[in-house]
Every structure is written in C-alpha cells, then in structure tokens.
Design a protein around this ligand. Structure first.
Ligand SMILES: O=c1ccn([C@@H]2O[C@H](COP(=O)(O)OP(=O)(O)O[C@H]3O[C@H](CO)[C@@H](O)[C@H](O)[C@H]3O)[C@@H](O)[C@H]2O)c(=O)[nH]1
Ligand SMILES: [Mn+2]
Length: 745
C-alpha cells in the first residue's frame, strides 16, 4: 500500500492555451497597427481623430491587461478522499452568512443557505455558523429559530442518505424522489416527512412575513420590540449549541445583529464581516473562516473538504491565504440576457489569474485563514516558526477587549481552541459588536475586511496579496455554491454601479495596486490584474466617447474611421472579425449559445455606458465630498417563476437616471441613421464626409441598444419611462446642436 502521506491532496495543472495566445497576440498586433495608422495621419485630422486615437489606445491597453490575465491558466484538482485518509483530525471552520434586508433578501433564502451549510459533510462539532443580520429583522431571527428545529431532522437525513443538494428548496424543487432509490421504503417515508416538515416551515415563515409583527415580542424575541433598523443595540443569540459535540448533529448556530447608530458609519458588509470575525473569535475561534452571501447555498456537500485539501497541504500554510470558489448561479435566465452569469469570466479570467499570484477574493464562497485576516504576513510565519511571535507589539490593534486579544493570540499562534460553552462569551461579544468598539483600532485598515470601498472583497484581496500571500481557486464538480444572479435591468445595473464605484475607490486609495507593487509584495503581473479590475470603473469615459463618435461624424458629415479603399480599413475589418470569433469560440467551448455570446457582448456595452458611468460619477462625487456612497443590496429571487415567464429575458427599466446615457446614445444613433438615409448632412469639407464605416458603426450601436429600442415603445416595466426619454432627447438635441455648431464654425 502506498504511503498515505504521499497521496497528494491537490494537483496544480497548467492548462494548454497555445492557440488562444496566438490569436490574442494577433489581435494585439492589429490594435497596434490601427494606433500607428492613427498616429501617422494625426496631423491631417482634427479633434475626432485624436479622440478616436485616445479611446483606441485605452482599448489596446485594456487588451494588454486582459492578455496578462489569461496567459497562464491553471486548474486545481482536489482529492477529499486522500484528505480523509491522511488527516486524523480536521480543523474547525467558522462559517459566516451575511444578510441585510428581509425584503430584498427574503429569510427563506437565508435559511436555505444556512441549512445547506449546517448539513455539510464535515464533523458537526468542527463547524459553527454565524449569521449576521444588518436588517435587525425579527422575521430573520424567527426564521432561523424555526429552521433550527427543522435542521435537527434535515441534517441527519442528508447525512444518512448522502443527499447531494442540501438546500431543501432546491432539493424538493427537483423530482428528488424518483431520481433516488425508489425501492427503499424507509427512505420513501423519511423523504415524505422531510418534505412535509419543510413545507410547514415555509408556511410558518410565510405567515410570519404577512403579519405586521412577525412574532410576539416575548421570550427570545423581547429585544426585537421597538428596534429601529439603523439605530439599535447589538443583539446576539446562540440559536443552537451542539453541546454534546456530536459529529452528525447540528453545528452551532449564532445570530448577530451588530449595534447601529445613525451617526456611526457601519461600513456595510465589511463592517458586518469584522463583527462576525470578532464574535466568532471569542466563541469558537476556528483557524478557518468560510463566508457566503445569504443566497449562496452549498451545492456540493464536500465543499469544506475540498477547501481543506488546498489549505492543509504542508506547503500551503506558508503561502496560501485563501481558497476561493467560483460564483455559479442557479435558474439563470436562458442565454444570459443580462450578461451577469459570468461563465467566461470564471472559466478563463479567474483560471488565468490563478496562474499568477492567485485568484481574486470574490466576497462569497471563500475560505480564509483567521490569522491572515488578523494581519499576519508570510514573514511572520517564518518568525513564529523560529520561536518568537512577531506580532505581540501590535495586539492593541484588536481593540480593548481582553478576551478578544487572548483569543487572537491563540489564533495567531495557530492553536486551535477547543470550543467551550458559547454562552460564556456572550457578555464580551456585546462589547465587540458595539459601533464604538473599532475606534482607534486596526479593524478595517490593518485587520479584517477593509473599509472604504463598496467592493470590500477586491479591496481586502488586494491587501492580502500585497502582504505577499498567494491564493487558490477551487472548482469542484458539481459546483460548490450556487446563488442568484440579478434578473431585471434595474437590479443588474445597480449591482454593476456599486462594483464600478468600489473599484474606483480602490484606485484612488492607499490600497491602489500600483503602490502594492512599489511598496509591498504585490507581484507585478498581479498588480496588472488588479489594474484591469479597477480600471473598469474608468471604462465608461472612452466607451461613451467612442459610441458618440460615429453619430457625431454622420451628423456633421466628417469621419473618424478609414475609408473602404484604404489598407487600414482591412485592419479594422480583420480586427472586428477575429476579435468576435475569438470571444464567440469561448462561449461555444463552455457550452453556451451564440445568443448568450451576443447578449454578453451587448450587455458589456450597456453596462459600461450606464451602470459604470453612474459608478464613475458617484465615486467622483464622493471624492469631491459631495455625496456618500452607499452599498445598495442586490435583490434576490428564489423562485424560478421568472424563467417560465415568456418575457423573462426582456430588458426591464425603471425611472432611475441610470438609463439616461444609454437612451441618449440610442436616440443619437437613430437620428444619425435618419440623417444619413435622407442625406440631410451639411456639405462636407473637401468631399471628406462620413462614409460606410461610420454608418456600419452606427448600425452596430443600434443593435447593441436593441433592448432600449424596444424599451422606447414598451409598456410598464418593459418601457423606458417618459421622463427618461425626455431627458435623453434633450441631451441628444444638445449634442446635435453642438455637432452643427462645430461644422458651421
Ligand atoms: O450593509 C450591508 C450590505 C450588504 N450586506 C451583505 O453583503 C452580501 C452581498 O451583497 P449583495 O447585495 O448580494 O451583493 P452582490 O452584488 O450580489 O455581491 C457581490 O459583490 C459584493 C461587493 O460589491 C460582495 O460583497 C459580494 O460578496 C459579492 O457576491 C449580502 O449577503 C448582503 O446581505 C451586509 O451584510 N451589510
Ligand atoms: Mn449576491
């Protein structure tokens, strides 16, 4: 028999991508040729030419960054079976679930996530689940209490029959009975019972949510009487404690609603994560922490084992900070109409980035080492191996709680703390969940999740990589977690807006990836990865200019693209064809449709010009001190009703100004095409008017904005509101006027 210790826990496999690289370089070469052509003829042309040159330079630069991201794709294969044979004692893991709003994030979604986590294939006494509720909702708490009762049946059932999907709503939505061993009478009975019990649970929660007060504010619920969501003392409840420490029981479950006061910034999700980190530090102090958004349920019960394969390997202790799983979505709309299922992004971009310093931290589905969240660097590890704990001098950064400092020392030394009684730490927990606790401490700057960006995940990731850590990307089959992708134009746009704002906040902060390379240990290529990410926030500027150019040229009868007979025109055509075939091939290779490819192409344009533009504005206003940025929570739908709806993929709008730029661009191109069809242009200077290229470009923009075109005539949520159309028309008129003025002048 092979030596057990020689069995690998994971393998890192370099993926072959020779052909892709060649195509990528060809595209780069074509882009550079175009730029050279622009430069050569710059002096013969005016402002439009220069503008085109600047935009194209930006796109070319972006392409270089993308090539860097994708150049060295790797795959991590994990072997949980080897782990179970090799390791006698698995480490404990604290699990964090965040929720913030019982309306946008219905508690039934949150409890399904919690149930799936409690039932994971891992010794129950090694897990503890902490739910942070920024909504301070009695309904969420009530749902958790009820879910715990159900969990006592559900968890043993899942483990006994080795159920694959352990989020009950998902398990019972498929025909799980016929697909399992039907002849097993006992299973049949238990299955029925589970289904009935789950339905009962759903009814209870549904009933409670219909009432103005979900429950009587007595007993456990007393603290919820009279709470204001944004102004209330901390509420911490041990919902369930696995006192007997049974391996197949239900893991600990703790509810936390941190203190909030109007005048104290709460730092959104990052703030919630830091409270979770501290409270769990006191209660269970596990060396590993898994965090998920409330909608991301466990889809692969072995997920913790997969992560441990990567984190427990003897070498990884000294270099790997976290193990990230991709975000995969369930019941996604057909052909990805909102371009937010990110299949390509996870398949090519993330794998490529994994080949550099490591995958980005994506905010959910990630296992962190506690001591690294506590600020440890790789060099500290070496020092602590040599006997001294280099960290002691900075312990005051943890704040004034003696209990917390004590637990932090243990965590930093790598001592796993056997769980004592959770109730013992309740008092101290209230102290560290108060909103004043962090003043004068390192939380949010040196410790924990970083404050200052609405994408706290990327920000915290930059910080960790800047300290010199690496990270790994784990893609087991079936996917580890599944969540909801926003459906609907407004939700999709507001999510993207928040991301763009957050990226720019990183760019303009001390945590900027450029500083990370200059002064820290962020590898150069990883720095380029982060630049690619944060520069997405600047993208709306060249994107909007480039979209306006063809309309401008047609209306004022000038040109910005090469004429058909020129060599440069063929460069342009080649670039267009090769680039699109390249992206299309990625979609086909990942089993997606041509339609999905097209939807993603056009949504990339729509997102950049609308959502990211507003993200850009909101960051600029924040920098000028005019406006505070807020973390707008994404609405989550559980039901798959949307996908049965005929109109499911049809773009929806609301009266948000976010749709104004897009509507304006659409109106401009409509005008331009009418102008060109009816030959209404003013006479061009010396016969150099707009040509075929500009018209084709304009048609292309129209195609990209097809959902908006339909929106002009649509009704209800499928229609663009009149007010938005008026604002856009006014802007388009202004633009027209300017075009005409420059041609006259
Ligand atoms: O004040 C807040 C705001 C949000 N959340 C929670 O944060 C999570 C993420 O929010 P969501 O609205 O779902 O954001 P998404 O756009 O879906 O999330 C992506 O982007 C976020 C950063 O913008 C990351 O935090 C997420 O992990 C990542 O999935 C949810 O569980 C929320 O309940 C809080 O706990 N407190
Ligand atoms: Mn989410």
């Amino acid at each position: 028999m092979a030596n057990l210790n020689s069995l690998p826990l994971y393998e890192r496999i370099q993926r072959k991508n020779g052909v892709k690289r060649v195509v990528e370089v060809i595209i780069l070469f074509l882009l550079l040729s175009l730029l050279i052509y622009r430069l050569l003829f710059l002096k013969d042309h005016g402002l439009t030419w220069l503008l085109a040159l600047l935009c194209e330079s930006w796109f070319a630069f972006n392409w270089v960054l993308i090539i860097n991201n994708k150049w060295n794709p790797v795959e991590y294969k994990t072997y949980p079976d080897h782990l179970l044979q090799r390791v006698t004692e698995l480490p404990s893991v604290d699990i964090f679930v965040t929720t913030a709003d019982p309306v946008l994030e219905p508690p039934i979604i949150t409890i399904n996530t919690v149930l799936s986590l409690l039932a994971a294939d891992y010794p129950a006494y090694k897990l503890a689940c902490y739910v942070s509720d920024d909504g301070c909702s009695p309904l969420t708490f009530y749902s958790l209490v009820e879910a715990t009762k159900f969990a006592k049946l559900w968890v043993p059932f899942c483990k006994k029959y080795n159920i694959q999907v352990r989020a009950p709503f998902r398990y019972f939505s498929t025909d799980s009975l016929t697909s399992s061993d039907n002849s097993n009478w006992e299973f049949h009975q238990e299955w029925k019972r589970m289904k009935d019990e789950y339905e009962l649970l759903c009814h209870k929660i549904e009933d409670a949510s219909q009432k103005s007060r979900p429950c009587d504010f007595t007993g456990e619920f007393v603290e919820f009487s009279n709470v204001e969501r944004k102004n209330h003392p901390a509420i911490i409840k041990v919902v369930w404690e696995n006192k007997e420490g049974l391996p197949n029981g239900v893991p600990h479950l703790v509810y936390i609603s941190r203190e909030k006061q109007h005048k104290h910034p709460h730092n959104s999700k990052a703030g919630a994560m830091n409270v979770l980190t501290r409270v769990s530090g006191l209660m269970t102090n596990a060396p590993y922490m898994l965090n998920v958004d409330c909608d991301m349920f466990v889809n692969n019960p072995k997920v913790v084992l997969h992560a441990m394969c990567l984190l427990l390997d003897s070498n990884s202790e000294k270099e790997i900070a976290f193990a990230q799983f991709p975000q995969v979505f369930y019941d996604g709309l057909k052909d990805d109409p909102y371009g937010n299922q990110f299949v390509i992004m996870f398949e090519y971009m993330m794998r490529g980035i994994s080949g550099i310093q490591g995958c980005l931290y994506l905010g959910t589905g990630c296992f962190h080492r506690r001591k690294i969240i506590y600020g440890l660097s790789p060099s500290h590890i070496v020092e602590s191996i040599n006997g001294k704990l280099a960290y002691e001098k900075t312990l005051q950064e943890f704040g004034s709680s003696k209990e917390l400092i004590k637990s932090a020392v243990l965590a930093l030394k790598g001592n796993t703390n056997p769980s004592n009684c959770l109730w013992n730490s309740i008092q101290a927990s209230y102290q560290i969940a108060s909103c004043k606790y962090e003043y004068g401490t390192g939380w949010g700057t040196k410790l924990g999740w970083r404050y200052g960006s609405t994408t706290e995940d990327s920000d915290t990731g930059v910080m960790i990589h800047t300290r010199g850590w690496r990270s790994v990307y784990c893609t087991p089959d079936p996917p580890a977690f599944l969540g909801c992708a926003p459906s609907g134009g407004p939700t999709a746009m507001s999510q993207q807006k928040r991301w763009a704002t957050g990226f720019l906040q990183i760019l303009f902060s001390k945590n900027c990836p450029i500083f990370g390379t200059l002064f820290g240990k962020l590898q150069q290529r990883q720095s380029l990865v982060y630049l690619w990410l944060v520069f997405l926030g600047l993208r709306p500027v060249p994107e909007l200019c480039y979209a306006a150019l063809p309309a401008y040229c047609i209306i004022s009868d000038s040109f910005f693209l090469p004429k058909v007979h020129e060599l440069a025109f063929s460069i342009l055509v080649a670039l267009f064809v090769i680039y699109n075939l390249y992206t299309l091939s990625e979609y086909l290779k990942t089993g997606q449709s041509v339609r999905a490819w097209w939807n993603n192409q056009r949504m990339a344009r729509i997102t950049a010009m609308n959502a990211w533009f507003f993200g850009f504005l909101s960051c600029m206003l924040k920098l000028l001190g005019v406006l505070e940025t807020v973390f707008e929570v994404t609405k989550k739908d559980q039901s798959s009703d949307a996908s049965n709806d005929d109109d499911a993929g049809r773009f929806t709008f609301d009266d948000s100004p976010i749709f104004v730029p897009g509507t304006t661009i659409l109106l401009l191109h409509l005008t331009a095409l009418v102008v060109s069809l009816l030959k209404l242009q003013p006479p061009a200077h010396g016969g150099h008017g707009s040509g075929l290229a500009e018209v084709l470009c304009s048609v292309l923009w129209l195609l990209c904005y097809w959902p908006f075109l339909k929106g002009l005539f649509g009704k209800g949520k499928h229609g663009i509101p009149i007010s938005t159309i008026c604002k856009s028309a006014a802007l388009a008129l202004l633009f027209w006027h300017l075009c005409r003025k420059t041609t006259m002048g």
